[in-house]
Ligand binder design. Structure first.
Ligand code: FAD
Length: 400
């Protein structure tokens, strides 16, 4: 089949890789002019880790990844108030747990694609006309074309979803937080591989010192601390963060000052996408576009990769009968994703507490995770993926 995938983040290239195993012709369309950098780190484990292993990507992922040693909660003077070592995650996943930049994971998957996948950067699917026998796709720039299927892997604010399923507001569940993230070179103090986090009511900032000289910052804050909509430009984003975090103490003044030297700032609402169906005719949605779990799940990339694997597998197993394949894929994956969404939404208030009392409570309770059996019990529950991934009879990988 000829298949267009809109979005070359995590889900899109993973799907392209697996579709090539069945010999489909794939066009990836990415609206950024080059692979997105998007300076935030991800935890990577579970079923995503298993898919990466099946794709032969683990060696590269381990090279790019790192093991964070500790989560440390500090007060406005930098005094430790809570926290725990991260080793339970390694223990409870049999060492199959790693952190890496989202952009590095995306580049690793893209780097594994063969010559049968074309990627069109700086463009987007702009029109979808399903004729029943095929789909007529219009682009912002490229000439339109006829294909067999179109897949929206274009993230939380999916354009394919808007074109084929309806406006975002129908499917978005806002979790009442905003998130911002960026990376700075040379920031001091640098606590190698320790995540240091400071929270006041409804606002949290976390600093992760990477091996080398780089530091990643993650801001999470309640919507009420943002006036207006999510800012679009870098100067507007900086000004929104400066306003929200001016009075927060700890290293905030230094971090906000250092932020002025960079332009690449991720900034968005923390939301989920919940849909009753992921496919309609010859169009389907994948990854965050279909079922964003949000950063609170700590697993969105892995889930996106698993959805992609199962979609390609069902298309293969159904001999290209997309209707049956879409139905079987959705039946297998949607209830599992919904359970992940529900669990993630419940976690919001412990991740970034709404009140000062909540912060104190969270900091105290976090110390229980220093006791190995308690950590293993809680982490073991959190990292469990209750789903069987089928083995599809894909032909062996052939490299050209
Ligand atoms: C701050 C933060 C922390 C996170 N932490 C974790 C974590 O610890 N572990 C984890 O596994 N997940 C984490 N996630 C979630 C994870 O990043 C996502 O779930 C995952 O990236 C989803 O993959 P995707 O391919 O569906 O979407 P994306 O990775 O968002 O990729 C979508 C792609 O589509 C492109 N695109 C968008 N619009 C268009 C368009 N109109 N036309 C063409 N292309 C378009 C985008 O440029 C992008 O390249 C985190 C997310 C955030 C925001």
């Amino acid at each position: 089949m000829r298949i267009v995938i809109n979005g070359a983040g995590i889900a899109g290239p993973t799907l392209a890789w697996w579709l090539r195993r069945s010999g489909h012709e794939v066009l990836l369309v990415e609206h950024s002019r080059e692979p997105r950098s998007g300076g935030y780190a991800i935890d990577f484990w579970g079923i995503g880790y298993r898919i990466a292993e099946k794709m032969g990507l683990l060696a590269r992922i381990r090279e790019l990844g790192y093991q964070v040693k500790e989560m440390r909660y500090v007060d406005r003077h930098g005094r430790t108030r809570g926290g725990f070592p991260i080793d339970a995650f390694g223990r409870m996943t049999g060492g199959r747990y790693i952190e890496l930049r989202r952009a590095d994971l995306a580049a690793t998957i893209q780097g594994a694609l063969d010559a049968g996948v074309d990627t069109l950067f700086g463009d987007s699917v702009a029109a979808i006309e399903d004729t029943g026998a095929g789909v007529h796709i219009g682009f912002d720039h490229a000439a339109s074309r006829e294909v067999d299927l179109v897949i929206g892997a274009d993230g939380l604010h999916s354009r394919v979803r808007a074109l084929a399923f309806g406006p975002e507001a129908e499917f978005e569940i806002p979790l009442d937080y905003h998130v911002a993230a960026f990376e700075i070179e040379g920031y001091r103090p640098h606590d190698d591989l320790i995540a240091v986090s400071h929270a006041v009511a409804g606002k949290q900032i976390t600093k992760l010192s990477m091996p080398g000289d780089s530091t990643l910052f993650l801001f999470v804050f309640r919507d009420e601390y943002l006036s207006g909509n999510s800012p679009a430009s870098a100067p507007q984003r900086k000004s929104a963060l400066a306003d929200a975090f001016a009075d927060v103490g700890w290293e905030c003044p230094e971090i906000l000052a250092a932020m002025n030297d960079i332009d690449d700032i991720y900034f968005d609402r923390v939301s989920q996408i919940r849909m009753q169906r992921w496919a309609q005719g010859r169009t389907a949605l994948l990854g965050d576009a279909a079922a964003c779990v949000s950063l609170l799940a700590g697993e969105g990339t892995g889930l996106a990769m698993a959805e992609a694997y199962v979609l390609a597998g069902e298309l293969h197993a159904c001999g290209g009968d997309h209707r049956t394949a879409f139905a079987r894929w959705q039946q297998r994956m949607l209830p599992f994703l919904r359970r992940k969404q529900v669990a993630a939404a419940k976690f919001a208030s412990s991740f970034a507490p709404k009140s000062a009392l909540g912060v104190t409570f969270r900091d105290h309770v976090s110390r229980l995770l220093r006791i190995p059996w308690i950590a293993d019990l809680l982490v073991g529950r959190a990292v469990r993926d209750d789903i069987e991934l089928p083995d599809y009879a894909f032909p062996p990988v052939s490299r050209t």
